[in-house]
Design a protein around this ligand. Structure first.
Ligand code: HEM
Length: 291
């Protein structure tokens, strides 16, 4: 990582780099890999100007065309049978789609999965880095990284709301629901419920010294629709944060406002991260002491 990085875009870039080979096998089309990387980058930005939005739209169209082409090729290649071990996410998506699902639809499903993997990973990493570093004000983190990641997923769950149409008439908590009503549950609100959490508005990694003491904790949803990648995701974010914070002092500039930007995900506001290797600081301190 360079010594100064801009977030949350850097989080998305890291998440993409960590998962690139399982998202699209390295032998896959280089052009498609390039388009995926550019889409991941552009997806992390919020194009403000009309011209930037138009460029992002164009990029999405190019990705869709290249992916549809790749789906067509793989489906017509006899080596890509449903029984073969998938080499990447695209093989897995093709494998579960019956023949009658059109190539463009398979491509769209892949893009949906791609975004649902890279986005939450990158933003969860960004929240962990931001909240852990703000709380440590330039010193190394004083808690295990795992606690910081758990607490960031509680304090600022990227998937702040999950919704489902009700499949049949039912009653929940004294409220009647009809078939097709949209029932939403907010992990964000559940994680800030004062009846269940002590000082929920505070970012306190040490509350995770006893992980099982906390409920309801649903950053990856719950029940039959629980995130299929929850364990992998937690490990990836923790490992990435461990690597970033190892032997490094992190200083956040411009991240004081930790209210999320809430769209379909709850993302951090832009901030800059300054990384200083601990060795550099120790050497500077030593030189100052000798003077
Ligand atoms: C920190 C990162 C992640 C977060 C916060 C997250 C969160 C979630 C949430 C809340 C859902 C349920 C959505 C709903 O019910 O509407 C979900 C579903 C899902 N996630 Fe994740 N996710 C993350 C990373 C991943 C990764 C890395 C993978 C793949 C390896 C993945 C694969 C899936 C899949 C396949 C589903 C759909 C499950 C189903 O409907 O049966 N996620 N995720």
């Amino acid at each position: 990582m360079p010594s100064v990085t801009r977030w949350p875009a850097a989080g998305i870039e890291l998440a993409y780099r960590c998962t690139a080979d399982v998202l699209l096998h390295p032998d896959g089309s280089p052009r498609l890999r390039q388009l995926l990387e550019r889409n991941a980058r552009v997806g992390a930005l919020r194009p403000a100007r009309m011209e930037q939005r138009a460029r992002a739209q164009l990029l999405r169209a190019k990705l869709s065309t290249a992916l549809t082409e790749q789906v067509r090729e793989r489906r017509s290649d006899s080596r890509h049978t449903a029984e073969a071990e998938p080499r990447d996410l695209l093989d897995a998506v093709i494998g579960v789609c019956p023949d009658e699902v059109t190539d463009p639809t398979v491509a769209q499903l892949y893009v949906l999965m791609f975004r649902s993997i890279v986005g939450p990973l990158g933003y969860s990493l960004a929240w962990s880095v931001l909240l852990g570093s703000l709380q440590s004000s330039g010193s190394p983190w004083s808690w295990p990284v795992d606690w910081v990641v758990r607490e960031a997923l509680r304090h600022r769950p990227v998937s702040w709301m999950v919704s489902r149409p009700v499949p049949f008439p039912t009653e929940l908590g004294g409220i009647a629901f009809q078939t097709g009503d949209l029932l939403s549950v907010s992990p964000y609100l559940l994680h800030h419920d004062e009846q269940h959490w002590t000082r929920p508005a505070a970012f306190q990694p040490d509350r995770w010294a006893q992980p099982s003491a906390h409920r309801p904790y649903v950053p990856f949803s719950f029940g039959p629709f629980t995130c299929a990648g929850a364990a992998v995701a937690h490990e990836l974010v923790t490992e990435a944060a461990t690597t970033l914070t190892g032997n490094t002092y992190l200083r956040v500039v411009g991240g004081g406002d930790t209210r999320p930007i809430v769209t379909n995900a709850a993302t951090p506001r832009p901030f800059t991260l300054h990384h200083t290797p601990t060795k550099t600081l120790t050497a500077l301190d030593g030189a100052a002491g000798r003077r």
